[in-house]
Design a protein around this ligand. Structure first.
Ligand code: ZN
Length: 882
């Protein structure tokens, strides 16, 4: 298929170059002898390993060929489908005996995963008989291409190698799960542009078109998520499929094979600091076991590598770390990327795609062999991990976490389901009970800390997970010297904080009658029957009510939003409660609402009288009509692909909101009158939106349009050039970030005697915050805050701080809390805290008949910031209404 780019051409072109240091003849595995009955990649798809970048289709084709050639030693499973309809594959490789009894083997593994009530003799029998499960996952980032092809070579080698002691050990003592391509949509996107960009002969220049991916690149999936952050969020179908695989096989060793920049060497475990504090000593020892084995292999072959740098093991939502919370030893391997078939390195050598395949293949096979050779220890350690997680929970001052339903029970329900689907036991209380002096209603969710997944429970439900102090001290030192910090990812991820679900803790086990929560996203929802009502229905606002409203308005059901709080039938309803009147709606309204309430898990309250006891009347002028909004989302450069992708996913998939996605470069052709809402994801729009487009956008807002800006788009909206939002982004010293006028403020600074003072920059952005959760105060008298209470938590990441908007211009619907309450979780640099106190998070500025709504940060962050995602949906749904 890609004959023009054959290996012969690569070799011919590169052999002529003196730069060509690596040899294409270097065998993948010296001395290997292969069974001719097992088909080679070349026989099946037309190219040899490493000679071409195999397409997602070719990967599937070859796996099927291997499974057909060796059915007794393989099981090929399609474990999920992507949004673009591509299959995700898992090839299970083991001895013929184990594959024949695979269901029993899996049942035994799951038994070992729950040692409660397991007799010592049974535990010993499991340790003696179980294989070690090694899960090799590849290419979560679609442009990290060599790992997918290495996977095919790993499978071939394990099935075709003859007389190889290592392979024999693997087949005897291990079960190897090969996931060749975690992100086929991203890989397909990479390949599409790579083939288009190719020169007649492979060009290793790093800046040429084939290496230089256009927006959004192949790293992410269809919704542009970084799926290596999605494991506990499980927002994407690919991740959900992998979670199911993990809970079916409970691997004891898992490796996530990636690629890094082309001038690096090869990285493998042990990882860099910080390490997640819930990992056990046995797991840390495991890093060393596998690190030493890989090092021996790489030393033998003369390949460079590095350890304990860059890649940490702190955030529990990586592909390596999440399985660790279930008891595996999880590791990331990173090969330098050729990002095409060849890459000119700064050291004067040319690295080929084939080199990458060879390195990954050697590391993966070495890992499988090492695991097999240590089978008994690894299985016993796994069992011990699960057992000690229970014991630690029993001894912990927090024996149970209680998720309180609060004013938006749909969010607690969503959190409970999220936890249950990732292997955590969750119960729903069927009756009211007390924790100490606190009364807890029926419908609360109970999560025992004393369960085999207890370490995952603690990671996700504790408000804070600490990084070790010496590491933080080192980062403070670096920061003083303006060196970048070594924090690889965000420092806070507590799910109850991000869902804004209150958690009570109990020191004793809770014995209230309770029902287990189903561990499946597609488990049926509790049926809800909405009776016919004379006047209509009230929907207390929240995530489920918002999702129901999106679908109802799209069906033509007329929905109103009550713009103030009121009391009816003895119950007080806050601002933003939705009202669906019987009059003016379809005759089958009750049946339709029953179906919608069931699907979305929303509360629907029938009312036969609109005569309120106090507050805003249901026929008041403060009641706004909620139309089905026509939403335009700006896409492509200069948007941040993550922000644009998260926001599109939140609109289309989380809330079912139809969205028209328009490339920023095409905004000049848009008739804004066709839309009610325009969303600008994070991005710097100075060059993309100006002149005629900006003035048409402002006219449209004045006539009733709702403009929503996120993160850096809000920064742009606040510039004088944009003139959309009357606030200022602030500098590190708290002064407005406006262009300096006149002479440099620094004139004469060299005369100062204070060296430390003299070297401080004049205009400096605030410190970059690596990602944390801040507490924020909510103005609950504003419709944008519907469904929130007076305090919430928001994700912040980066260097944005906005002065609060002045009363004559608009309102600060959400702003950061006082200093003593500010940090809800994670790390915020000390001076940064002073600067962030009481600064704006969510600003509303009326403009003519329309609105500008600015979020200081990404409200849809990673698809898991549920509480702020609802605020974003309020802007989308209610902006056009009010
Ligand atoms: Zn990667």
């Amino acid at each position: 298929m890609h004959a023009r780019f054959s290996l012969a051409l690569v070799v011919a072109a590169l052999a002529a170059s003196p730069l060509f240091a690596q040899t294409q003849d270097e065998p993948f595995w010296p001395g290997a002898q292969y069974d001719p009955k097992i088909p080679t990649l070349k026989q099946v798809v037309g190219h040899d390993h490493g000679a071409e970048i195999s397409s997602p289709d070719q990967i599937g084709t070859y796996l099927r060929a291997l499974a057909q050639a060796a059915p007794e030693r393989t099981r090929l499973v399609e474990y999920a489908r992507t949004y673009e309809g591509r299959p995700l594959w898992l090839l299970v490789v083991g001895s013929a005996d184990r594959i024949a009894r695979l269901d029993q083997v899996k049942a035994d593994i799951r038994r070992a995963a729950d040692p409660r009530g397991l007799a010592p003799a049974d535990a010993d029998r499991l340790v003696a008989s179980l294989p070690v499960v090694v899960w090799l996952v590849h290419g979560v980032h679609g442009n990290e291409i060599s790992s997918g092809d290495a996977a095919l070579l790993e499978a071939y080698h394990l099935l075709a190698a003859r007389g190889d002691a290592g392979v024999d050990t693997v087949l005897r003592d291990a079960l190897v799960l090969i996931d060749p391509m975690q992100n086929p949509d991203g890989r397909a996107r990479f390949l599409f542009q790579n083939l288009q960009g190719r020169a007649a002969t492979p060009d290793p220049a790093p800046y040429n078109a084939e290496h230089d991916e256009p927006w959004p690149g192949g790293r992410s999936n269809h919704y542009l998520f970084d799926m290596n952050r999605d494991w506990f969020a499980q927002s994407q179908p690919e991740t959900r499929g992998r979670i199911k695989v993990a809970l079916e096989y409970f691997p004891q060793v898992n490796v996530d094979l990636h690629e890094q920049g082309g001038n690096n060497s090869y990285y493998f475990a042990p990882p860099a600091d910080p390490i997640n504090p819930y990992l056990t000593k046995a797991q840390r020892d495991g890093f060393d076991l596998f690190g030493r084995a890989n090092a021996a292999r790489f030393d033998e072959r003369g390949w460079a590598y590095y350890i304990r740098e860059v890649y940490d093991a702190f955030y529990p939502g990586y592909g390596d770390s999440w399985p660790m919370m279930h008891g595996s030893i999880g590791m990331t391997y990173e090969q330098a990327s050729a990002r095409a078939l060849s890459f000119a390195r700064t050291d004067g050598t040319v690295m080929t795609f084939r080199d990458g395949v060879m390195h990954h293949f050697n590391a993966a096979i070495t890992t499988a062999v090492t695991a097999a050779r240590n089978r008994e220890t690894l299985v016993r350690n796994f069992l011990e991990f699960r057992r000690s997680a229970v014991i630690e929970g029993e001894k912990s001052p927090t024996r149970e976490y209680v998720l309180l339903p609060g004013h938006d029970p749909s969010r607690a329900a969503a959190l409970a389901r999220n936890l249950a689907t990732q292997g955590i036991e969750v119960r729903r209380a069927d009756e009211a009970f007390a924790v100490g002096t606190r009364k807890v209603p029926a419908g609360a969710y109970l999560v025992s800390n004393a369960q085999p997944a207890g370490r995952l429970v603690r990671n996700l439900l504790e408000p804070d997970t600490k990084q070790d102090a010496p590491f933080i001290a080192r980062q403070e030192e670096r920061r003083k010297r303006r060196q970048p910090d070594q924090i690889y990812d965000i420092t806070a991820w507590s799910l109850p904080l991000m869902f804004d679900v209150e958690v009570a803790t109990s020191a004793a086990a809770i014995t209230a009658k309770a029902t287990p929560v189903a561990a499946a996203y597609d488990a049926p929802m509790t049926p809800r029957t909405v009776p016919a009502a004379k006047v209509g229905y009230l929907l207390p606002w929240g995530a489920a009510a918002a999702a129901l409203t999106v679908e109802a308005t799209a069906q033509g059901i007329r929905v109103h939003s009550v713009g103030g709080s009121f009391t009816l039938g003895g119950r007080t309803y806050p601002i933003g409660t939705a009202l669906i009147r019987t009059a003016g709606n379809p005759a089958d309204l009750a049946q339709r609402l029953s179906a919608l309430a069931t699907k979305h898990g929303a509360e629907v309250v029938p009312i036969d009288s609109a005569y309120i006891e106090s507050g805003t009347s249901l026929g008041s002028n403060d009641v706004a009509f909620v139309k089905a909004p026509r939403v335009l989302l700006v896409w492509d450069q200069p948007t941040s692909s993550l922000s644009a992708g998260w926001t599109r996913w939140a609109l289309e998939r989380r809330y079912g909101q139809k969205t028209t996605t328009v490339r920023a470069g095409s905004l000049g052709r848009v008739n804004f009158a066709d839309f009610d809402v325009v969303v600008l994801p994070s991005g710097t729009y100075g060059d993309a939106i100006g002149g005629a487009v900006l003035s048409r956008l402002k006219d449209w807002i004045r006539l009733g349009g709702t403009l929503i800006t996120l993160a850096d788009a809000t920064r742009w909206a606040a510039t004088s050039a944009a003139g959309l939002l009357d606030t200022n982004a602030l500098l590190k010293d708290g002064k407005p970030d406006v262009p300096p006028s006149g002479t440099s403020a620094n004139a004469g600074a060299s005369a100062t005697a204070d060296f430390d003072k003299a070297i401080q920059p004049d205009r400096e952005r605030p410190d970059f915050q690596p990602g944390a959760l801040l507490r924020a105060t909510v103005d609950v008298d504003h419709w944008l805050s519907a469904g929130a209470d007076a305090e919430t938590q928001v994700v912040i990441e980066g260097a944005r701080v906005f002065a609060p908007i002045k009363l004559n211009a608009g309102r600060n619907v959400v702003y950061y809390a006082d200093k003593e309450h500010l940090v809800a979780s994670g790390l915020i640099w000390p001076e940064g805290q002073d600067l962030l106190v009481r600064k704006a998070y969510l600003m509303h500025q009326p403009m003519g008949q329309g609105h500008v709504i600015g979020f200081a940060e990404d409200a849809t962050y990673r698809g898991y910031a549920e509480a702020t995602m609802l605020l974003f949906m309020n802007a989308v749904l209610l902006g056009p209404a009010y």
